[in-house]
Ligand binder design. Sequence first.
Ligand SMILES: *Cc1c(COP(=O)(O)O)cnc(C)c1O
Length: 524
Amino acid sequence: MAQRTDRAASFGQNLYLDTRGAAGKPVPFTAAVVNGLAAGGGLYVPQELPTMTVEEIAALASLPYAERAATVYKAFNIDLPDSTIDELMGRAYGENFDDAAVCPITSLDESTHILELWHGPTSAFKDMALQCLPHFFSASAAKLRDEGALDHEFMILVATSGDTGKAALEGFSGVDGVSIGVLFPDGGVSDIQRKQMVTTTGDNVRVWAVRGNFDDCQTGVKRAFSDAAFAEKLAEECSVALSSANSINWGRLLPQVVYYISSYAELIAQGKIAAGDEIDICVPTGNFGNILAAWYAKQIGVPVGMLLCASNDNRVLTDFINTGTYDISDREFILTSSPSMDILVSSNLERQLFELTGRNAEAISQWMADLSERRCFRVDPETFARVRESFSADSIDNATCLTTIKKVHDEHGYLLDPHTAVAYAAAQNLRGENPVLIASTAHWAKFGDNVYRALHGLEPGEPLPEEVAALTGCQLNERIAQEAERSDIPAGLANLDTMEVRFTEVIDNDVEAIESAAEAFLRR
Ligand SMILES: *Cc1c(COP(=O)(O)O)cnc(C)c1O
């Protein structure tokens, strides 16, 4: 790219710092991916950001998506050979997506563009990262093993409240040197979500239902992660280390930067904007990963005006962006119609603040300590001003979310999922003159119950009519599709009722039960 000189000379030189300055020497991309979290609890951030001119960005439109992604990874100067990057991107973004464009854009009118991030195998946007990260994780681990810096394989262990588990299973299925176990609360996920998980194919995957709620499930998994004796046993007897590959991994963030750069190229190619025109980007936000990726795309060179941060009734980010205080000391966790945004601690905000303070690890460490001790932190006025320069924010309640789905369907014949509906409604409130790109994070058929409520004018949480409630998730989607006269249920969601159920084991939520299940799987 513009600033890159001789690639061989600078190969492997873009190292990763950590946001709390506690991890010691910066590490290369491969180590950042395999480590996930930096020692000392900080998050990895690249020392240098590449820059691209608008012309270079526009030129991406002539390439298939996998090559666009490879171009961006190479610009980041990651420590894997170009040929490896090309090959892995070919596997990450190919036939596994049901649209050749990978993440096509549908325009509702001249200035409202929906970036559809849900054409992957699980119909949610997490596929964009989780179809990619596992290949780079595996290649990174292999490189470190070759260098003698690593002598074991990995087991990914994930506690899920629904969507992440399936996306992780699908991403890691069949990947070398890694196995994956997913735990979900028994009875605590939707029919569709459960069937998506328990029908996953591949020899290196395993799924357990856990007695209790999501919190019990997650607490058990966290205990397994911090059990030193268990780690030692797995290392000695199975040559395996546990890893979480969760959304704070830089290897999950970088694929998300790619689609914002790519979609700007796409908008130019489709004649919807002129090269150089500013766009605003609106993102339905939970952990702050997706919107942070848009911020990075802006630093790299995409002409972005404002980043519009959309929240549901869990409005801690809205309040933070509007006041400079992040306060969860007196905040209840609210269950909403957009469950993947139900979150109190947005982990990736730490990276954003690191960048906005001019990479002040000391300030970040203090704020994160305040957050964990006092459940609250307040940024300094200068940092707050920088937040306000880049972001505006709004929160959308459940009722508005559902009426938005209905309204957009009536006006445009386009069906939004509840998360995207939150973003759409927030964008209507926050947008200015610029065209808006709205990140659409799930296919409507992943959240059929709320889409049904929306289209039938039911209240949020209102019980479905008895006869509708008796339908399987697949049958409900067929009903919605029939009534709305559409035929766009993704194949991966349409056939779930007929697929073989592979995993039926239900285990207790204590750490012993979880550890022995994981161990039995590893010794299979
Ligand atoms: C994970 C998720 C989000 C939130 O994304 P973040 O990167 O955590 O902000 C929004 N919508 C859906 C459907 C998701 O699965």
